[in-house]
Design a protein around this ligand. Structure first.
Ligand SMILES: [Ca+2]
Length: 227
């Protein structure tokens, strides 16, 4: 990084402006937003691609605190084969349309809708409920409430429309357990999800923005990279 006197001066001046504007606008330090970044190929290091068929691959990260007002679950575009924009839906399984949605918060909590045999749902059963509704092939992510672990989990599927696709559990929300956790399923919104460029592209973008962008971003957000 060249240390050009004019660049240093320019950055300092802009930063001072940002800090002053922030102080006037907010009056106190803003809460720090977190971005949970999933930008590695989801089945990297597993045998799922070689032997496909509803394999739930481990390695999920734990998210103890999730701020619904500002935190983001970010998926690498190429790593997850995302060929279209993210389209959010929070709904019961019966209300999932056959196409057009690839980010789903599944509000259904029971795999068979029969409470007399217990309320039970795992990742494969959740994926089955979604696949039964969706007919348009394509990758996507969903969040469901796991009855055994008693918390929500974030899952990637290379094809939401089939019950034969492999699954990769990306994260578990360890701070959202029990009834409070089930109620919090309704708090997820479209703003909590994003598709992001791969690391190389990301680096180019940040480089394009320059040092100002990098410093500003670092000050206002924390990025948690999930392997
Ligand atoms: Ca049941």
């Amino acid at each position: 990084m060249p240390r050009h006197p004019l660049l240093t001066f320019g950055v300092s001046g802009v930063l001072a402006g940002v800090l002053a504007a922030g102080a006037f606008a907010v009056g106190s330090a803003p809460a720090q937003a977190a971005t949970f970044l999933f930008d590695r190929p989801p089945f990297e290091g597993s045998d799922a691609p070689a032997t496909p068929g509803r394999q739930v691959v481990g390695g999920e990260i734990s998210i103890p605190v999730f701020d619904f007002a500002q935190d983001v679950l970010a998926l690498g575009i190429a790593a997850h084969g995302l060929d279209r924009p993210l389209a959010f839906l929070s709904a019961e399984a019966a209300d999932i349309p056959p196409s057009g949605r690839n980010v789903i918060v599944l509000r259904t909590l029971d795999f068979d809708g029969d409470p007399t045999n217990g309320i039970s749902l795992n990742a494969g059963q959740a994926a089955n409920l979604i696949a039964a509704a969706i007919t348009d092939p394509g990758p996507g992510i969903f969040i469901y409430f796991n009855s055994g672990l008693n918390l929500p989990r974030l899952v990637f599927s290379p094809d939401l429309s089939t019950s034969a696709s492999d699954l990769k559990i990306l994260a578990r929300f360890t701070g959202l357990t029990g009834d409070a956790g089930r109620a919090a399923m309704g708090d997820f919104g479209a703003g909590n999800f994003a598709a992001v460029p791969e690391p190389a592209t990301w680096a180019m973008l940040v480089g394009g923005f320059g040092l100002v962008g990098g410093l500003a971003r670092r000050r206002t957000s924390a990025v948690v990279r999930a392997a």
